[in-house]
Ligand binder design. Structure first.
Ligand SMILES: Nc1ncnc2c1ncn2[C@@H]1O[C@H](COP(=O)(O)OP(=O)(O)OP(=O)(O)O)[C@@H](O)[C@H]1O
Length: 118
């Protein structure tokens, strides 16, 4: 049981470190955090259903998750080599596309939510 809590404490610390680095060093991560805060405020303020609120909030958080993976992949690629390489570029492009796809999903949820109010 003690091991479980020690590991939990370590994982929490490492995850926090990851969040702090992404916040400090990734402009796009900070932008998405602010976009999420604005989105959450609007979601609470507008008369949307609970299901739609949950969908928009969860998809917004998924954009942050994708952005964290994007950061991880950028760091791993650059750690291996900063030389120009086709596969390195494709890895970064795919990570960037993951962020774009989740952002589109969040945008679609917002459009459907707003249409439901009309
Ligand atoms: N080592 C490389 N080899 C080939 N292409 C690369 C390499 N590094 C970056 N690129 C290309 O440049 C693009 C942007 O690279 P990178 O993600 O490192 O830039 P960035 O400005 O840090 O991006 P972000 O704004 O997401 O932090 C990549 O998606 C890829 O197309």
């Amino acid at each position: 049981m003690r091991t479980f809590f020690v590991r939990l404490k370590n994982r929490t610390r490492w995850s926090w470190q990851g969040l702090v680095v992404a916040w400090r060093e990734e402009y796009s991560f900070r932008t998405w955090v602010w976009a999420n805060i604005l989105s959450a405020l609007l979601v609470v303020w507008l008369p949307l259903g609970d299901g739609m609120r949950a969908l928009i909030l969860v998809l917004g958080l998924l954009v942050l998750v994708a952005e964290l993976f994007n950061t991880a992949i950028e760091r791993a690629v650059d750690h291996t080599s900063t030389d120009h390489n086709r596969l390195a570029g494709q890895a970064k492009d795919a990570a960037s596309a993951a962020v774009a796809v989740t952002a589109v999903a969040a945008g679609v949820a917002w459009v459907i939510g707003l249409l439901s109010l009309v």
